[in-house]
Ligand binder design. Structure first.
Ligand code: ADP
Ligand code: MG
Length: 466
């Protein structure tokens, strides 16, 4: 009895909730970043929407394969945030008109009356130098000093090291540093700054549109060529071929080449030997993990920037700043993320924060590294309600069992990335509509019922922290 009425109520709940494609797209851009979004996702269209799945339109088979292999999981997760019931995604090839509509390619008349095509959005799309990543706000420490000095050096004397190859782990400042080089050199030179991923996108697009001539021209006329995240070419033969020729032709005319990578050239597997040797033929420098002092100096720099731009004092004690510097692992991006979070909180609460406050604010940052499984959630929930796990998962519907079961389903949905059907299966093979109902019920109850809210918070904190 209960099951059928649940199904009815949950499916009527879903039907009311249709996707707003514009807002989905805005979230794609936020989630994936402008680069990936504008290269791959911007032209996705919503072809058909069902309760549990959607069909998205892509321009070509290549796009479909590319998006499926790299972004499908995250797209699905994003869609779920808009519509909980979606658990499957399909792509349909809908033809290429949309690419053209993007105004990125225009036909112009050539002198001989023949039509040729030209890449017209070049300045916007390639020279995406970010003004806020410059030398002035690049803080120097032991781990990045050599990279920094080398970068400055080529700005003073072009091609003294060619190429300059900067490598290091994620979030350590590679993009910042090579962007700073680009900004500095663009004062007097034509600078091309592009990520390897974007280079690839442009390459494929040019092949398809028969525009290889303008593609080659375009990339080879720069005086300074900066390419970010070159590891992206691993395993992509056609792209490597093109990159090799671009590299050679730039090199021959003494253009300065700057490259960033997540590893040193000799660790670039699945890359042709001849490219590896070109990459290591200039100066290879690394950016290492920041030490405590560098982290502290970066935080102080951020505080200064904040105070300058908002004209207000940040009420952070020395202890708190040191705590953030000490407690953050090795990644500067993460350090800044944590800093921003604490600043936001301190502004909101309008008080001077203690280290303990910070620990609370950062709780989920730390626990996000922990892998939360449905098993863990089930065990903790059944323990919490002092019931037996088998009973909690059983088909029995008495409230003392059904409620904790629903709560566990709800937490599985909120705290893991498992899909609804997967969660259903972990709960003695229940249907995903049962999971939807549980999520909806507990969502509602935890808003209206203090006791429920308290229990959920407590459960979450045990699951995330212990
Ligand atoms: P990567 O390209 O190595 O993954 P990024 O260059 O994107 O890393 O750096 C991540 C974040 O850390 C950016 O916000 C960047 O401005 C900041 N950052 C990195 N190194 C420094 C530094 N030495 N001084 C100031 N900010 C830095
Ligand atoms: Mg980067």
């Amino acid at each position: 009895m209960e099951e059928t009425s649940l199904k009815n109520s949950s499916s009527s709940f879903i039907e009311e909730n249709l996707l707003n494609w514009n807002s989905v797209q805005r979230d794609f851009e936020k989630a994936f970043g402008t680069e990936v979004y504008s290269s791959w996702l911007k032209d996705l269209s919503l072809v058909k929407e069902y309760n549990h799945y959607v069909i998205l339109g892509v321009q070509t088979r290549f796009f479909r394969d590319w998006i499926t292999s790299r972004y499908a999981d995250r797209i699905l997760n994003e869609l779920k945030r808009h519509k909980l019931s979606i658990n499957r995604l399909e792509f349909k090839i809908v033809g290429g008109e949309k690419v053209l509509k993007g105004k990125s390619i225009t036909s112009i008349a050539a002198p001989f009356g023949k039509k040729i095509t030209q890449i017209t959005d070049s300045v916007l799309n390639y020279n995406r130098l970010n003004d806020s990543l410059n030398f002035d706000n690049f803080v120097i420490g032991k781990s990045n000093k050599i990279a920094f000095l080398s970068a400055k050096k080529i700005c003073d004397k072009l091609s003294i090291y060619n190429p300059l190859f900067v490598y290091g782990g994620v979030g350590l400042g590679k993009t910042h540093l090579i962007n700073a080089i680009g900004l500095e050199l663009s004062k007097n030179n034509s600078v091309m700054f592009i990520s390897a991923e974007r280079f690839m996108y442009q390459f494929i697009k040019s092949i398809k549109k028969n525009e290889m001539v303008s593609f080659k021209d375009f990339f080879r006329k720069a005086k300074v060529f900066i390419i970010d995240d070159i590891q992206f070419i691993r395993g992509k033969e056609g792209l490597q071929e093109e990159f090799f020729h671009t590299f050679n032709s730039l090199f021959e005319k003494s253009a300065q080449i700057v490259i960033s990578c997540d590893r040193p050239p000799n660790k670039l597997d699945k890359v042709q030997d001849r490219i590896r040797s070109r990459l290591s033929g200039g100066l290879v420098v690394d950016i290492g993990a920041p030490d405590f002092d560098l982290k502290l100096n970066i935080l102080n720099k951020k505080i200064e920037e904040f105070q300058n731009s908002f004209k207000e004092n940040l009420n952070l004690s020395k202890e708190v700043i040191e705590f953030i510097a000490k407690d953050t692992k090795s990644n500067i991006r993460e350090l800044i993320g944590i800093f921003n979070r604490i600043v936001a909180f301190s502004k909101m609460s309008n008080k001077s924060l203690s280290i303990n406050d910070c620990k609370i604010i950062l709780k989920d940052v730390y626990s996000s590294n922990k892998i939360i499984t449905i098993d863990r959630i089930q065990n903790i929930t059944s323990n919490f309600y002092s019931i037996n796990l088998e009973e909690m998962l059983s088909q029995r519907r008495s409230r003392p069992l059904a409620r904790p079961r629903q709560i566990a389903m709800y937490l599985a949905k909120k705290l893991t990335t498992r899909s609804l059907p997967e969660i259903g299966r972990k709960f003695a093979n229940r249907d995903h509509t049962t999971v939807i109902h549980a999520v909806k019920t507990i969502d509602k109850l935890s808003q209206s019922n203090e006791e429920m809210k308290k229990n959920i918070d407590e459960l979450k904190s045990i699951i995330l922290n212990d």
